[in-house]
Design a binder for this molecule. Structure first.
Ligand SMILES: Nc1ncnc2c1ncn2[C@@H]1O[C@H](COP(=O)(O)OP(=O)(O)OP(=O)(O)O)[C@@H](O)[C@H]1O
Ligand SMILES: [Mg+2]
Length: 327
């Protein structure tokens, strides 16, 4: 893959599920493994990644670069207390950056791709705004964070649906008939059968076989990876296989489960002390889970992970027994 950085966008359907904590600390763990890493605050409108890194909010960042419309993002990288880890601030000092233009967004994405690092982690805002969906789409493999509770899992499904529908719409928008067809399908009344990607591509085949191929390609390209955060017990993972079957059936997407991070009182303490969790509480159960995720990124990120639900359940049971003891 040459010298290009591996970009890992980190998003979530629901807010407050731990994206910022995980972006900062997975970045720290990757850096501690010896990989040059940049963590980027792309939560435009809600930037606070600096806090999880114990850094003040007074450096120019993406907001300034976009506003001035010149300069390179790489000139704005801020050193952190961790060797090998740099930080790219967001829009802390510039208002209204959640509403950047399409042109600004494209320029930003281009520059993110050429940041000088082995890994570039993007802390993206929550929800399904177009900017968020487009940032999530900069890489074929991105991380979706959720807590293992039904409302958050449903928000995750909604995010994935919005994401894949957005990708399809962007790919076919040049063709007027197809764009119209998609518009009608996406805006169908909610009392009729919900649109699935399969039904969409089967109908589109009759309009344009090429367009159908494009949809199949898009669905095969993206492999979102799920991290469950603030988990309490391995039994919260029982429905994982069912969730992936649903995602495949409705959205024609293959998701993989990548990590489970336990709920841990040390996280709050680290935040309160304005310290980095992995530095101030290295032995905590959340830190252990995060080190494990970083290690898996270095070993497995470019591979397909088969049986990811089963694997995660087994690993989580072992971690639970080590830390919490036997039931
Ligand atoms: N594993 C964990 N154990 C305990 N508390 C956690 C854990 N992960 C995150 N938290 C707490 O949850 C809160 C939300 O975390 P964080 O800010 O990282 O979420 P977020 O997804 O970035 O939120 P937003 O959508 O607002 O950007 C914080 O108070 C954090 O301390
Ligand atoms: Mg956040």
């Amino acid at each position: 893959m040459g010298n290009e950085a591996t970009i890992i966008p980190i998003a979530s359907g629901k807010g407050g599920v731990g994206k910022t904590l995980l972006t900062a600390n997975i970045g720290v763990a990757l850096a501690q493994l010896g990989h040059s890493t940049v963590v980027v605050d792309l939560d435009l409108g809600g930037a606070n990644l600096h806090a999880a890194l114990g850094i003040p909010n007074d450096f120019p960042g993406i907001g300034d670069a976009l506003k001035l419309n010149r300069g390179q993002l790489s000139d704005l990288l801020v050193p952190t207390p961790i060797t090998n880890l740099k930080f790219l601030p967001g829009d802390g000092r510039i208002p209204f950056m959640a509403n950047i233009t399409h042109h600004q967004k494209m320029r930003l994405i281009l520059q993110l791709r050429s940041l000088p690092a082995r890994y570039v982690l993007l802390d993206i805002g929550a929800g399904s705004a177009f900017n968020v969906l487009d940032f999530f789409g900069v890489a074929a493999k991105g991380i979706l964070v959720t807590v293992p509770e039904l409302p958050a899992l449903m928000n995750m499904m909604t995010f994935l649906k919005n994401f894949i529908f957005r990708c399809i719409e962007q790919a076919l928008r040049q063709n007027y008939d197809l764009a119209n067809f998609l518009y009608e399908q996406y805006n169908r009344a909610s009392d009729v059968e919900p649109v699935t990607v399969r039904s969409l591509q089967e109908q589109i085949r009759t309009i344009s076989p090429d367009a159908q191929q494009k949809i199949l390609k898009i669905c095969g390209h993206y492999q979102p990876r799920i991290i469950l955060n603030m988990g309490l017990h391995p039994n919260e993972l029982e429905s994982l296989s069912q969730i992936s079957r649903n995602v495949e059936e409705i959205l024609s997407l293959q998701i993989e489960y990548f990590g489970f991070v336990f709920q841990d009182t040390q996280v709050r303490k680290a935040m309160k002390q304005r310290s980095i969790l992995l530095s101030s509480h290295p032995q905590s159960i959340a830190s252990e889970s995060i080190h494990r995720i970083a290690d898996r990124i270095t070993r497995l990120w470019d591979q397909e992970i088969t049986n990811s639900a089963e694997l995660l359940i087994n690993n989580t049971k072992q971690a639970y027994q080590r830390f919490v003891g036997h039931e």
